[in-house]
Design a protein around this ligand. Structure first.
Ligand code: ASP
Ligand code: MG
Length: 414
């Protein structure tokens, strides 16, 4: 007998028929002799619908009221799921986050789970019931409902897997696993059988949408393997787990792109200590997160042959913060001593990811060659241990993804 967590996302419980289907899937697991805890998202579109209602009444709704509102989405799903199970003659009980013992901090809208008391769930499992828990929510010290941030049901599932010492944590979704790249962009994309936590984190933060980032971090910290599977097919899915020797044999395992950033360049600012700190502190004070940063020194000579040390300073910010960042820079650029401020929101970031990069040489060269062959110009480059990203013109994003997928032969299994 194993203890299994099964999480179904919004698209997997979008209609009553789909809810019946996933109920059958949970019951089948229980009939194989397992203890089953189900975690559900709100029905597809429901969270967005609720946000729309709130915004129609108030242009900046209170986070506490938003949480009371949004928590109803998942509450509806679990009650309907329980009724579907009961209609099939199955013993089941549904739980809101607080009833399942999920405690969080008070940070409404993006609360963190601080503690889980799973005793109630354990009692139900011992009685031979399926327990179905509302994802994405908990209760804070004051007794107020909280939500964990978009995609937070994944975190609920992993956190329950930790608290209940589950044998398996299955995340059911509308794709059959994690792919080498987005199959909508590249038809040679291949489903991977296994991917390491670190690779998944890079891919998730770079734009791959399947898993919520926090849940993968939590799984990595507690060594919980996550099994990503299609909710309505029996295909074998992808295991997100510790890296192994096989994964290290291939330098690159995934390609991803994002078109959600913009670049800002301050031309010819004085090359002095404190300039970068000044620029970036202005931006961070506005709550804007900077991604790539590049600085290039240059020396200019005036008519008397006097040398001035200058630098061009470029960075990227999320596209949604582009306007605000430009305003900030226009306002203070002169004070900082910049000659000119340039902005470009017509960019894309393409990235290659793989734990094998640590011990393979020539990966960056192959990447740059593949992009050059397509006539794609690189305007920024950044690297980490297991990732290389390039900023290019937006219109080339998908072409770049396909070129890199081919160059690193990602359609061939490792
Ligand atoms: N319902 C929430 C959302 O749409 C949480 C989740 O589905 O994981 O983001
Ligand atoms: Mg999700």
């Amino acid at each position: 007998m194993a203890r299994i967590i099964q999480k179904y996302g919004g698209s997997s419980v979008a209609t009553l028929d789909l809810i019946k289907n996933v109920a059958k899937r949970a019951i089948a697991a229980k009939n194989e002799g397992h203890e089953v805890v189900v975690v559900l998202s709100a029905m597809k579109g429901e969270t967005d619908r609720l946000i729309g209602l709130a915004k129609a009444l108030h242009n900046s709704p209170s986070p506490r009221e938003m949480d009371n509102l949004l928590a109803t989405g998942e509450q509806t799903s679990v009650a309907l799921f329980a009724l579907a199970c009961q209609a099939l003659g199955e013993k089941v009980k549904s739980f809101c986050g607080w009833q399942a013992g999920i405690k969080t901090d008070e940070d409404h809208g993006r609360a963190r789970i601080t503690d889980i008391n799973p005793s109630r769930l354990k009692t139900e499992l011992a009685k031979g019931r399926i327990a179905v828990v509302a994802g994405f929510q908990g209760i804070d010290r004051l007794g107020d409902l909280t939500t964990l941030g978009r995609g937070g049901s994944d975190t609920t599932a992993v956190a329950l897997a930790v608290a209940l010492k589950a044998d398996t944590c299955e995340i059911y979704t509308d794709v059959d696993g994690i792919y080498t790249t987005d199959p909508h962009v590249c038809d040679k994309a291949r489903k991977m059988d296994r991917i390491s936590y670190e690779e998944m984190l890079e891919l998730a933060s770079l734009g791959a949408k399947v898993m919520e980032i926090r849940s993968v971090e939590l799984a990595m910290n507690y060594s919980v393997a996550i099994h990503v599977r299609h909710a309505h097919s029996l295909s074998s899915g992808t295991l997100i787990c510790e890296e192994d020797a096989d994964m290290e044999k291939t330098p690159v395992r995934g390609v991803t792109h994002s078109v959600n950033e913009a670049r800002i360049t301050l031309l010819k600012v004085p090359d002095q200590p404190g300039v970068a700190a000044r620029i970036l502190s202005l931006i961070s004070k506005a709550g804007i997160v900077v991604d790539m940063i590049i600085q290039n020194k240059s020396v200019s000579h005036d008519s008397n042959g006097q040398e001035t040390h200058l630098t061009d300073f470029s960075f990227t910010v999320p596209l949604v913060d582009y306007g605000k960042t430009m305003e900030l820079m226009q306002a203070t650029g002169q004070e900082i001593g910049a000659e000119k401020i340039l902005g470009d929101d017509n960019i894309a970031k393409v990235s290659i990811v793989g734990v094998g990069m640590r011990n393979h040489a020539g990966v960056a060269t192959l990447m740059f060659q593949a992009l050059a062959k397509e006539g794609i110009n690189l305007s920024m480059i950044s690297t980490s241990e297991i990732k290389i990203s390039c900023v290019i013109e937006k219109k080339y994003a998908e072409l770049a993804v396909r070129a890199l997928h081919d160059a690193f032969k990602l359609d061939q299994s490792a």
